[in-house]
Design a binder for this molecule. Structure first.
Ligand code: AMP
Ligand code: GLY
Length: 430
């Protein structure tokens, strides 16, 4: 096979991990990351001025750079239709794209769409009702019938902040009203109210070929709350572990039969083109898997732990997924049997207000872990500084979870920046 040029869109820890894995491929000629971060700059060529949301500029760069494969890391360009843009453009349509059509991206872009899709295809998920200002009374009546806690979700993208879980009924009704009145802007003009499901969550990922087959990637667990013991506000994710002990063969058989396959067949039945990652946010309720949410991209920080374990050429997988023949049949991606643990180091104050521009030191002392960058950049003096809430992901592989965590935490202690914070209890519930 001849070597290819790849353009990866995004700038987070997820993209750094994807870039790291792609960079190991024999099939890679040049890797470009737009806009990228200080970590991806060491793995390819950053295009810091190129916004993934500026499709025209992305297309122009793709032509100039001779891009063969476009990998869309984050959801915004997908929900805005970047894949359709490329496929519908004479000068671009030869480019292979990992990322679903705009219609497929609705699985993440609209929670109402996702719930209707699951109900239509018999995929287990929490009971729900979708409410707008015109049927708010039905929303109140649905809440009256539920038991606490109450789950309210903004329909549209809200940067992971659009879900409220509330213990008090009156407060839930007041928040429903506030959401419909614009608490999350246009994204909460429709609110999905859900039955609360009690259980432990995990993240399942597949790469689909748009031909009915898929590659199942290693399962991971993410730690979303900022505080130890899963307390405090939600973040993008404070750490991850892969594999997940409770996602055993019996559980995964149910996931394949009841969730993954009906999803892929459902997309086909609905005439929705989908070649890309599907992220199934699942909850295990007494051994039975339910879908909490779909995302149309990999998870962050799950990708860091997942890519550390993937034992196949990622670009070869992507070329197969996007190729004429697809995968042919579904399979499980070869994975390192060891456990990967990722600990996220954040700026002080995150997910609330935080400062940027803090110098980061100690990376050269790291041993036995990979450090993926998320919110980092180089300042005018060429120093590595913080530039986001989630700054670094420290990922390690070892014979078990405790050993992998010990490695990651040992290296976290070697890295310093003003105000740095991490959760000390990643993996506590496994
Ligand atoms: P989502 O953005 O839909 O993934 O929701 C964010 C988080 O809220 C999830 O990761 C769960 O921890 C929690 N959550 C969402 N929906 C439910 C539900 N129906 N029952 C229990 N917890 C939920
Ligand atoms: N870690 C959760 C997400 O990427 O949405």
């Amino acid at each position: 096979m001849s070597k290819i040029n790849v353009l990866l869109l995004g700038s987070g820890g997820r993209e750094c991990a994807l870039a790291w894995k792609m960079n190991q491929s024999e099939l890679l000629d040049n890797l470009y990351i737009a806009p990228g971060n200080a970590g991806t700059a060491a793995l390819g060529t950053n295009l810091p001025q190129l916004s993934p949301m500026d499709f025209e500029a992305v297309g122009k760069a793709a032509v100039e750079l001779g891009i063969d494969l476009l990998v869309v890391g984050n959801e915004d360009p997908l929900v805005a239709g970047i894949t359709d843009y490329v496929k519908g453009n004479e000068a671009l349509k030869h480019i292979k794209v990992v990322g679903p059509s705009q219609a497929g991206a609705q699985l993440e872009g609209s929670k109402d769409f996702a719930k209707e899709f699951m109900n239509r295809h018999g995929i287990p998920t929490a009971q729900h009702i979708s409410v707008t200002a015109s049927n708010i009374e039905e929303g109140y009546a649905f809440l009256d019938k539920q038991q606490a806690p109450y789950v309210l979700k903004a329909d549209g993208l809200a940067a992971g902040k659009g879900v409220l879980i509330i213990d008090d009924l009156d407060e839930a009704k007041a928040e429903l009203k506030a959401m419909l009145d614009g608490m999350f802007g246009a994204s909460s003009a429709t609110v999905v109210i859900e039955q609360f499901l009690s259980g432990i969550e995990c993240s399942v990922f597949v790469l689909t070929d748009d031909r009915g087959s898929y590659a199942l990637l290693p399962v991971a667990k993410d730690y979303k709350r900022v505080g130890e013991g899963d307390t405090g506000p939600n973040t993008g994710g404070m750490g991850s572990i892969s594999p997940v002990s409770f996602a055993d063969a019996v559980f995964m058989d149910k996931v394949r039969q009841r969730i993954i396959e009906p999803t892929i067949n459902g997309l086909k039945q609905d005439g929705i083109s989908y070649c890309g990652f599907v992220f199934f946010g699942l909850i295990n309720v007494g051994g039975e898997p339910y879908v909490i949410e779909y995302n149309v991209r990999m998870g962050d920080p799950e990708t860091q732990s997942v890519m550390a374990r993937v034992d196949q050429d990622l670009i070869a997988l992507m070329l197969q997924a996007t190729g004429e023949q697809g995968f042919g049949e579904s399979f499980t991606v070869k994975a390192d049997e060891r456990t990967a643990a990722t600990v996220i180091m954040t700026s002080g104050g995150y997910p609330g207000k935080y400062e940027k521009g803090k110098e980061i030191t100690g990376l050269d002392a790291v041993e036995g872990s990979v450090v993926f960058h998320a919110g980092t950049s180089l300042n005018v003096d060429g120093q590595l500084v913080t530039s986001g809430g989630r700054v670094l992901a420290v990922t390690s592989l070892a014979c078990d979870k405790d050993a992998a965590l010990a490695l990651s935490y040992g290296n976290v202690a070697r890295i310093a920046f003003d105000g740095s914070y991490c959760r000390r209890d990643i993996g506590f519930d496994l």
